[in-house]
Write a protein that binds this ligand. Sequence first.
Ligand SMILES: C[S@@+](CC[C@H](N)C(=O)[O-])C[C@H]1O[C@@H](n2cnc3c(N)ncnc32)[C@H](O)[C@@H]1O
Length: 288
Amino acid sequence: MSETTSNKLVMSSAQFQKLAKIIYDRAGIHFPESKKYVLESRLGRRLQELEIDSYDQYVSLISMGPYQDDEFQEMFNKITINETSFFRNEPQLEVFEKVTLPELLESRKSTKRLRLWSAACSSGEEPYTLAMIVHRTLGIRLMDWHVEIVGTDISELVLEIAQSGKYTDYALRTTPALVKQRYFKRENAFWVLDPSIQSMVSFQKHNLKDRLGAKRFGQFDVIFCRNVLIYFDDAMKTQVIGTFGQQLREDGTLYIGHSETLRGLDVPFEQLPIPQGFCYRLSDGEED
Ligand SMILES: C[S@@+](CC[C@H](N)C(=O)[O-])C[C@H]1O[C@@H](n2cnc3c(N)ncnc32)[C@H](O)[C@@H]1O
């Protein structure tokens, strides 16, 4: 049973272990015991909203019965970090724009098809940034190309924002002024994305743990998966990167976050020697 101290529910170590296991089993996110306070502070309010007075009851609610999926979403929205912004880590995006994209435009010139995946895209800033880069690179030639950009995330809440295409100043905090001028329109408190960019991106809910589910997306020329691997342990990272190995074309490129690495993982990728790139290719002999 949970105890309360001055109206704050205390999560016991056993309750934390159960919750951490549910989160890991369903989403692959690893919460070490040292992060118990994070779950406690973020979920305390949720328990109050539900008028539940013990974490044991809450564990039952998210692990069985008709509301478990809905409640898992609610919980997930509270415990994950959705931090993102347009043009996040510009030096890395420059590598995409100046190296990967020109190579792809050359190698795909006969089919004129490009497919990009922003996996764990949060509220859409990352896939829309890729769309703007492709848009400004191709210019009028875009009419001849079939460009598909898919943004996926496990959280429905962030995908709703992504689909709205409406953002606050905060989302544009790392956006170059010219981009802002060209691709956004100010509407009251919001920056509204230009329809030409919005129409280049589609969004779907997808859990990176779901290997089979990823197959429905088909193969991509580029996969961006930035700033989510840090929440996974090595087993989950290996699984997710292994899936990307299946979903990436043999000459495709995988981009990860600047504080993430695939070093030490048993995965079929090798890092490209491009400073600031944090990008990988399938190792020889591993492509389908
Ligand atoms: C910090 S954001 C990164 C957003 C963007 N990629 C960037 O770098 O700006 C991490 C995102 O990963 C999502 N996420 C966490 N676990 C996930 C999982 N198992 N499957 C899919 N998305 C997940 C979260 O919902 C969150 O939106």
